[in-house]
Design a binder for this molecule. Structure first.
Ligand code: SF4
Length: 261
């Protein structure tokens, strides 16, 4: 347990995730990751010299027929964390959306609802349960599907909402969370979403898992590439065609305006 807690502390301290008097709203879906996050933050709150408060909030996505309100309420009561929930009809949002990716629509609406609730109820931070595998998968998805080097940050201040998103589990591998959640007796709820396990993220997850099975160093290297710093040696950004044409004319000795020598 000591080693697990120190991993959460490491993220909190390295990325300055929590300050005194923070009011933090935890996005609690009821899955293993968010249960583990809620449990860990309740522990940190008990042992921190900086006082901060916690709340937990669940978006009922309407994917399942029944919403396990009471189970989540009981879990939060045990940890002395106020709990609440709201309904966001994600299947309808996906059916009406123009984008073909259901997960993008789902994430957009869930994030929007959570941030709105946090703002309305006076929270200044939202804690999400993204872990290290999520970060590496997001990094690889950016590379494979969008041609860019980008992933989420452990701490993201949002200009528009004034909220800061924090991710205290970034130093945990997914398998470690599963193992620890089991040992702690946490009981994750089943994800009723029909898209679960059938997404682009799942493809990347399986690809990474296959590579790691061949050589564990692959994962470590992808993880290292996520860090900014001297290891990055990238081409400069591609210039637009006007800039390029200007440089060409200049090189050939033409006047850029008249295009005459
Ligand atoms: S798998 Fe389902 S619940 Fe998860 S982001 Fe995609 S649509 Fe939403």
């Amino acid at each position: 347990m000591k080693e697990i807690i120190s991993r959460v502390w490491r993220a909190i301290i390295e990325f300055s995730l929590i300050e005194a008097d923070d009011r933090i709203l935890i996005g609690l879906s009821g899955g293993k990751d968010s249960l583990f996050l809620t449990y860990m933050l309740a522990h940190i709150r008990r042992h921190s010299a900086r006082p901060f408060s916690l709340g937990a909030f669940t978006i009922d996505t309407r994917f399942g027929e029944t919403f396990p309100q009471q189970e989540l309420q009981n879990f939060c009561d045990q940890l002395d964390i106020p709990f609440d929930s709201t309904i966001v009809d994600i299947p309808r949002a996906i059916a009406q959306a123009k984008v073909p990716d259901p997960c993008a629509t789902c994430a957009y609406f869930r994030r929007g609802a959570l941030n709105r609730i946090a703002g309305e109820r006076g929270y200044n931070k939202v804690a999400l349960a993204h872990h290290h595998d999520d970060a590496v998968e997001t990094f690889m998805m950016g590379l494979f599907y969008a041609g860019r080097l980008k992933t989420f940050l452990p701490k993201t201040p949002q200009e528009r909402s004034g909220l800061t998103i924090i991710r205290p589990l970034v130093y945990f591998r997914e398998r470690e969370i599963i193992e620890n959640a089991n040992q702690l007796g946490l009981q994750p709820l089943k994800n009723p979403c029909p898209y679960n396990g059938n997404t682009k993220r799942q493809e990347i997850k399986e690809m990474l898992s296959n590579l790691e099975a061949k050589d564990p160093e692959y994962y470590r290297r992808f993880s290292a590439a996520m860090r900014s710093g001297e290891s990055a040696e990238l081409w400069p950004a591609e210039p637009d065609r006007y800039t390029l044409k200007g440089r060409y004319l200049d090189f050939r000795g033409y006047d850029k305006n008249t295009q005459q020598r």
